[in-house]
Design a protein around this ligand. Sequence first.
Ligand SMILES: Cc1ncc(COP(=O)(O)O)c(C=O)c1O
Length: 454
Amino acid sequence: MPKFGKREIKNLKKVIHSGNFADHAGGFMDDLRCDFADALDAKHAICGATAMLLMHAIPPAIGAGAGDEIICDSVVQFHGIACLHNNVVPVWADVRPDNFLLDADKVEEKITERTKAIWVTHLWGFPAEVDKLREIADKHGIYLLEDCAHALTTKYKGRYLGTWGHVGTFSFNMGKQLPTGEGGMAITNDDALATELNKRIIFGESPEVLSSNYRMTEFQAAVAVAQLTRIPGYMRKYRKGKAYLDEVVAGCEWLDTRAQAEDCTIAPYHWSCLFHGERAGIEQGVFKAALMQAAGGRFNTGFTQRPAYIYSLFRDPASYGLKGWPFGYEGEMQTHEGLCPVAEDVIPRIVCTNNMVKPSECKRKAKLLRKAIALAESGTVEPLEYSDIERAVLAVVEEGGQMEPSEVIAALDERGLAHLDEHSAFAIMEGLRDRYPYKLSHAGPRKFQYHELA
Ligand SMILES: Cc1ncc(COP(=O)(O)O)c(C=O)c1O
C-alpha cells in the first residue's frame, strides 16, 4: 500500500542535482536523523544500510563479545544472527501463548554471569512487555535491546517502542512500514552508546575499533524523509483494516485474537490470530482446506512452524562457518526441541495475513475468513490430500534430511519417479511447507527439512 509520489520524486531529484549521494552536511540524512528522532521522542537516530547491519553493530557497541550471552525471544532469528556474527551466544527464551512475544516472566531464569543483554522483538507491530523487561535489565545491570523492525511509531504505556530499551532498531526494507528499498535506523537516548554504534558502522580514515561500512545513501534518506510524513496516514488505514479482521475472530470461539497489552498502540504489519480448533472439534487440516477453498492463498497458517533455535543455522556449527561454537564459550548451546514449549506449541497455531494493504482489501479478506470459518464448521470440508508428486517429494526429503530443490530433482530422477524443473520443485516444496499436517519447513532460504509435527 505504500505510496510513492511527488514528495519522493522531488527529494530524489534534489539528490541527483546535488551530485552528492552520500551522507553530507545539510543532506537528507541530516533531516532524517532529526525527523526520525523527533517522531519517536529519541535523542539520537543513526542511519544504516539495513536494520540487520545495525543489529550486527550492537553487541560490540554494548561490550558483548566472544562467549557472552544475549537472551533472545524464540520465534524469529534476526537478533540470534546478529549475536552469532559477533561470537555471542543467543540464549532462547519462551514467549507468551496469547501473543507469541517474549514472556518477561521467563527471562530472569536465563540470566547468567555471561548475560550482557535481553533482545526483544516486537513481532508484527505488537509491543512486548518492555516495562518489565527494562526493570529486569536494570536490576541485573544488563542492556535491553529492541528489534522494532515491524513497530514504527508504536507506543507502550505512553512511550515509543525503541526508547524503552537502550537501543531500538527499525527496518526500511520494501516489506516494512517505511520502505526505502533497503535501509535501517537505530535510536537511543544514550550518548555513549550512540558514539559506540557510530564508530562501528562508519569506517573513517583511521578506525578506532573493528568497524565496517554500513552506511545509508542519500537516495534512501530522501525517500525516508518523504515516507515518514506519510506514516500517520498509513497507520490509520492499517488499523482500520485490522479492525475488520479482528471483528470476524471476535465472533469465533475457536480462533483467538492476538492479545494486545493494555495502554498501547499497534503498528499493524501482519495481522494474525491463533487457531484453537480443539475447542470445537475442528481439525487444523480441515480449517486449512476451508481457508484455501474460501480465500485461496491469502492467509498463511503455521508461519515458520518452528521456533528459530530449531533452524540448522543455530544447531549446526558448520553453518556458523567455524569449527565450533563461539570461542571461549563455557556454557552449552541450547537448541533442543522442548526448549521453549510455548513457542513450539503456538507457532503452528498462527493464522496470518498481510495487514499493510488498503482497508478495502482487509475488509474483503475478513469476508473470506468468515466464509472459511463457516465452511470449517459445516463439516463438509475434508483436509487436503497430498498429490502423488507431493508424496514423492516428501519421501525424498524425509530420507535426505535437509535438501534443496536441485537435490530433490536429482533424487527423483535417480528413482525414476518424475522429472521436475527447478522452479516447479521449489514451488512444490514451498506449497508443502504451508500444508497441514506440517512436514516440511525451511532450513535456509532454498533449503527444506523434513519433520513430523503434531
Ligand atoms: C523482525 C525483523 N528484524 C530485523 C529485520 C532485518 O531488517 P533489514 O531487512 O532491514 O535488514 C527484519 C527484516 O525482515 C525483521 O523482520
